[in-house]
Design a protein around this ligand. Structure first.
Ligand SMILES: [Zn+2]
Length: 407
């Protein structure tokens, strides 16, 4: 469906409302686990925009639905939580000021990820105001807990799922067809403790860890094409001791493993286990586990989550990806390229739950998590028109006729 309306012009006419909403949303500090007020603001704005159905789920995610025709359902997805701004005095404008200056809305979360939420909320609102009916239902999902393990989206995936999701994370308004995943392994070598003056009575596990780390650097990694090959680096390391004159009984290293889409958790884990096993010496054993963490949402929902985020990917010739590119290029009056994200997103959970995903969002990815984060107004307005165009196209039944999601 090609809308008769110039979507970008329609968004510009509502520009003050769109920008004002981003300013108000940035002004609410919504660190992970404390998104309640930001969620309430999104609920209010959706209702003011006349969206049919708005609710907050058990994790505190906000879900709004615009009723469409009988086609497929599309979810516009972004996250409410933000990372800590650090020293607020180091910012040009206070991190939760939402200051509008030099054509940008300044503040923590303006790019990651509130610009996407605002674009998605107003996409629904403006479609309704303009009387444009999408081919199928369109949802917005403003999720909690993205920055510490995806609590909100993990919960969302246990509910009714859409036929397709558009992941709103900063992409400078280009299309993204996926990203690598991340596994965090903990490798623990255990030996036998002894007085450091009599090492012959102990079995120091540090030597096995050293052999393991040197071998890790030589390990052939899975090829990832455009996504980049898998990578594995040791990060945290610690022993079970605080005394420097005692041989530790155990030494652990965390591995940050970014997996190419072709590599599964089981495959990566098998590689780590084999390498660790080959690094042993008499009296030393090894255990390999996936790091986990108990996370809680503001609603009180708690979940033990494994640090294992799967990738999402859509094939370059996927008919819905190409339809998205055509729809965006038409709405934004320029060719919108398809790229991949260097970082992971909540899209991995949706992909793992069987929902095909594509990515699109305003703001420069390099602005995420840094000082003086700011969203160019022009990109925010473009993205809003872009989300409208995607909502009007991706639910078309014919896009599902003879294609399968990238699996
Ligand atoms: Zn984000």
């Amino acid at each position: 469906m090609t809308p008769e309306v110039d979507l970008l012009r329609a968004v510009r006419a509502a520009g003050d409302r769109v920008v004002g909403f981003l300013q108000r949303l940035v002004q609410i500090p919504s660190r992970t686990g404390a998104e309640e007020q930001a969620a309430a603001l999104v609920v209010r704005e959706l209702r003011l925009l006349g969206i049919d159905e708005v609710r907050t789920d058990g994790a505190g995610n906000v879900i709004g639905r615009l009723t469409g025709a009988t086609g497929r359902s599309v979810m516009l997805h972004a996250h409410l939580d933000v990372v800590d701004p650090g020293d607020s005095h180091a910012w040009t404008h206070p991190p939760f000021s939402g200051t509008l200056q030099d054509g940008c809305v300044w503040g923590r979360g303006s790019v990651d990820d509130k610009g996407s939420i605002v674009g998605q909320v107003y996409a629904l609102g403006l479609l309704r105001e303009l009387g444009l009916c999408p081919p199928g239902d369109v949802f917005v999902a403003a999720a909690v807990g993205e920055e510490i393990g995806g609590l909100g989206t993990r919960h969302l995936c246990t509910q009714t799922l859409p036929d397709l999701a558009v992941i709103g994370e900063p992409s400078s308004n280009t299309l993204r067809r996926g990203h690598r995943g991340r596994f965090e392994f903990i490798v623990t070598f255990r030996g036998r403790s002894a007085h450091a003056s009599t090492p012959q009575h102990g079995a120091n596990p540090a030597f096995a860890l050293s052999r393991f780390l040197l071998a890790l650097r030589q390990l052939p990694m899975a090829a990832g094409g455009d996504f980049g090959d898998s990578t594995a680096v040791p990060t945290l390391m610690y022993v079970d001791q605080t005394s420097s004159n005692v041989i530790p009984a155990a030494v652990s290293a965390h591995l940050d493993w970014r997996n190419a889409p072709s590599e599964s958790l089981a495959q990566a884990r098998a590689k780590v286990e084999q390498l660790a096993g080959e690094s042993l010496e008499p009296g030393v054993t090894v255990e390999v586990g996936v790091a986990n963490r108990l996370v809680s949402s503001y609603t009180g929902l708690s979940l033990m989550v494994e640090h294992a985020v799967t990738p999402f990917w859509t094939e370059p010739d996927d008919v819905r990806l190409l339809a998205a590119q055509e729809a965006l290029s038409g709405a934004l009056h320029r060719t919108v390229p398809v790229q991949v994200w260097p970082f992971y997103t909540d899209g991995g959970f949706l992909h793992a739950a069987g929902v095909p995903c594509i990515g699109f969002g305003p703001g420069d990815p390099a602005m995420a998590h840094v000082l003086d984060e700011r969203m160019p107004v022009e990109q925010l307005l473009e993205a809003t028109a872009g989300y409208m165009a995607l909502a009007l196209r991706l639910g078309e039944d014919r896009l599902w006729l003879d294609s399968v999601p990238g699996t």
